[in-house]
Design a protein around this ligand. Structure first.
Ligand SMILES: NC(=O)c1ccc[n+]([C@@H]2O[C@H](COP(=O)([O-])OP(=O)(O)OC[C@H]3O[C@@H](n4cnc5c(N)ncnc54)[C@H](OP(=O)(O)O)[C@@H]3O)[C@@H](O)[C@H]2O)c1
Length: 321
């Protein structure tokens, strides 16, 4: 049987996508690895990319896909710490493709014993939660608030905050099936009560719009709002008197630039800790559906509809091609 062709899923015109043939990978350079991609989630960041919603231009001729898991097919002559058949996570975008050639240092090796769909979701959200907690400045005995509490990031924030003895107050939009305080005009009072007198140091906000202001109102003096997502689609609005009166900071957060500022030892420590937690069962996020790359349109439409669980693309499935 002839080897399957390489394919990539790119942003199309007017918010669409296009599946197109890509060159088969060249023989790897000495420090490179040829990876056959297996599974990739459709994350909110991917929907933003499809919609052209990023504040900077993404490469128009590169496949989409913020994260995913693949299997090593071929190794460059100088790559000594991976073997053919090992599972890996590319660190960079461009994962909605069947094959990638990447330098070894742009890959994370997946330890044995991690469920494949969960591995596909380990690159972005766990590290985001880790670095949001670092950026929150919250320490033992402190409290933070987070909105979209049913999200994968929020799941990891709860797991990691517990290890730091930081209390997390979950906030959800009205009508959410996830349990949390309602994100409405009573939020500030509800958070005061739930905090039990602990200082509320930080708000992790991935909704933006008016939610940023309601989250800011929950903070104690000198607190920080970390805005890291745009689920409402609206610009953040905060009462300016809150900023002056309480000395609040509102700061944007993005994983890749934040990681780029880490010293290698700190990044290695974070990655090791996250894999340990995943091995202990922390990576147990629900899966809604797994669809072949050829059905990416349906996968994206499904990912846009509210409901629990992640939609994954099966990048290895040949059906429909
Ligand atoms: N800046 C970064 O580097 C970075 C990295 C990772 C993730 N993020 C962002 O973090 C956010 C969460 O990502 P994720 O993958 O963890 O999300 P997810 O697992 O897909 O969950 C998103 C949750 O948000 C809730 N939601 C959706 N629209 C909402 C709205 N308009 N208002 C309030 N809640 C809403 C939904 O819950 P209900 O339906 O139950 O309300 C949904 O369960 C996204 O905005 C993502 O882009 C940013």
């Amino acid at each position: 049987m002839s080897p399957p062709a390489n394919m990539g899923l790119l942003a199309g015109p007017a918010g669409g996508i296009r599946l197109e043939p890509r060159p088969m990978p060249r023989a790897p350079g000495p420090d490179d690895v040829v990876v056959r991609m297996l599974l990739a989630p459709v994350n909110p960041a991917d929907l933003l990319a499809v919609d052209g919603g990023y504040a900077f231009a993404l490469a128009a001729d590169e496949p989409l896909g913020a994260e995913g898991v693949g299997i090593v097919e071929q190794l460059g002559s100088r790559v000594a710490d991976l073997r053919s058949g090992d599972l890996v996570l590319p660190l960079d975008r461009g994962n909605w493709a069947r094959y990638r050639v990447l330098p070894r240092d742009r890959l994370l090796a997946v330890p044995s014993g991690i469920d494949l769909p969960q591995a596909a979701m380990m690159r972005i959200n766990p590290a985001t939660a880790w670095l949001l907690l670092d950026g929150s400045g919250a320490g033992p005995g402190d409290c933070i608030v987070q909105n979209a509490a049913g999200s994968a990031v929020a799941h990891w924030v709860r797991r990691l905050a517990a290890l730091r003895d930081v209390m997390v107050i979950d906030v959800v939009r009205p009508g959410s099936s996830f349990t949390g305080l309602a994100d409405d005009e009573r939020l500030e009072a509800a958070v005061r009560k739930a905090s039990g007198g602990r200082p509320v140091r930080a708000a992790l906000d991935c909704v933006a719009g008016d939610s940023t202001g309601r989250m800011a109102a929950c903070l104690d003096a000198d607190g920080i709002v970390l805005v890291f997502g745009h689920l409402s689609g609206d610009p953040s609005r905060v009462r300016s008197q809150l900023l002056t009166g309480r000395g609040l900071t509102v700061r944007g957060f993005s994983l890749r630039p934040a990681e780029a500022k880490m010293v290698p030892a700190a990044r290695d420590k974070m990655v090791a800790a996250l894999w340990t937690l995943a091995g202990q069962g922390a990576a147990d996020l629900p899966i809604r559906a797994v669809l072949p790359l050829a059905e990416a349109d349906q996968a994206i439409a499904l990912a846009r509809t509210p409901g629990p669980g992640r939609v994954l693309l099966d990048l290895d499935a040949i059906s429909g091609m």
